[in-house]
Design a protein around this ligand. Structure first.
Ligand SMILES: NC(=O)c1ccc[n+]([C@@H]2O[C@H](COP(=O)([O-])OP(=O)(O)OC[C@H]3O[C@@H](n4cnc5c(N)ncnc54)[C@H](OP(=O)(O)O)[C@@H]3O)[C@@H](O)[C@H]2O)c1
Length: 317
């Protein structure tokens, strides 16, 4: 077995807490936690089981840290990913890698020039349910794909008015927060779109979109994408082929059992996968990339094309 990867965290917030739960399912170790506030860093290090804490720069300067998990607000991903690359750390950066195609290009170039691994944390792709979806498609069970529908949305209560997701200077907005999953999954199954038509409504006068939808055309297949902060939309993906369909409920952030229904000319097949921690699976895949050069399912370079689609979608704001 290869040596545990030694991690640092930048930004010990909401998602970092869940990610650390996933880390506990692996052989890797958390060495250091970095925060804007040293007291917060110390408390988070105690809670997460890390020995060291300090500023973001302290974590990057720590010679024992091999890889960093960047769980900062969207607008800070590019700057800290570039700094981490310059410090020679491998990087797992939360989605979106950066909120524009140009920034993604800059970040990817920084990682390449320093020879570090860079991965965008679309953890959902690591769930084995998606391998079952790909097997069904490759076995031609549903025929050529004609439509993919993806939605991800929830009601963000008034008590969350200071949430980073509603802050334009932190690159908030429903598209960057959850619509990016819809774009990501559409590109995964249909490739790059030829055309993007969308709407992005700022229903709260927040300076960011809160209720958005788009249609993308990929040759003669189409995707319908929707995301919101303004209602309990949930999260689902449907893939419709000429001879069948695949339904993937609770498609992205699944905490319990994961389900899948394939409907083809033989009838309906349901598969149920036991509960597993997607963040742990993502960390294991990152470990295999660093230690054994196993290709990543979500390389940082993939983010450039996702952000191109998002830029076209946001252009309608
Ligand atoms: N993959 C997933 O399942 C998933 C789920 C949720 C979120 N995310 C992504 O993870 C990232 C963080 O989301 P989150 O929900 O964890 O956010 P959060 O808890 O609101 O913020 C994360 C951390 O960012 C740091 N930070 C630095 N500057 C800040 C500022 N100006 N305002 C607020 N916080 C600031 C804070 O840490 P310190 O002050 O201690 O430095 C904070 O704890 C986002 O990019 C989001 O898209 C991914």
């Amino acid at each position: 077995m290869s040596a545990p990867l030694r991690w640092g965290i930048l930004g010990p917030g909401r998602i970092a807490r869940q990610w650390v739960e996933g880390l506990r399912d692996t052989s890797d170790r958390l060495i250091a936690v970095g925060s804007r506030d040293r007291d917060v860093a110390r408390r988070a290090a105690d809670e997460f089981g890390a020995d060291r804490s300090g500023s973001y720069d302290d974590v990057l300067a720590d010679p024992d840290v091999e890889a960093v998990y960047i769980s900062l607000p969207n607008s800070m991903h590019a700057e800290w990913t570039v700094r981490a690359a310059q410090a020679g750390k491998h990087i797992l950066c939360e989605k979106p890698l950066a909120p524009t195609p140009a920034e993604c290009e800059r970040v990817v170039a920084a990682g390449a020039s320093r020879g570090v691994h860079l991965v965008e944390a679309f953890m959902y792709r690591y769930h084995p349910r998606w391998q079952a979806v790909w097997r069904a498609i490759e076995a031609d069970r549903i025929g050529p794909i004609r439509l993919l529908r993806a939605m991800f949305g929830y009601s963000m209560g008034a008590d969350r008015s200071t949430d980073i997701r509603l802050n334009p200077t932190l690159a908030g907005g429903a598209i960057q927060d959850v619509g990016c999953y819809c774009v990501n999954v559409a590109r995964w199954f249909l490739g790059e779109p030829d055309d993007v038509r969308g709407f992005a409504l700022d229903r709260r006068d927040a300076g960011v979109d809160t209720h958005s939808a788009a249609v993308t055309r990929h040759g003669d297949a189409m995707a319908e994408l929707a995301c919101t902060f303004d209602g309990p939309m949930g999260q689902a993906v449907e893939i419709v082929g000429e001879r069948g369909r695949i339904d993937i409920p609770i498609a992205f952030v699944v905490r319990g059992e994961a389900k899948l229904t394939i409907t083809d000319q033989r009838g309906e097949d349901r598969e149920v996968f036991p509960a597993m921690n997607q963040y742990g699976l993502e960390i294991q895949a990152f470990h295999a990339l660093v230690r054994a050069d196993a290709p990543s399912l979500t390389p940082g370079s993939d983010a450039i094309a996702t952000q191109r689609v998002i830029a076209a979608w946001q252009a309608n704001q």
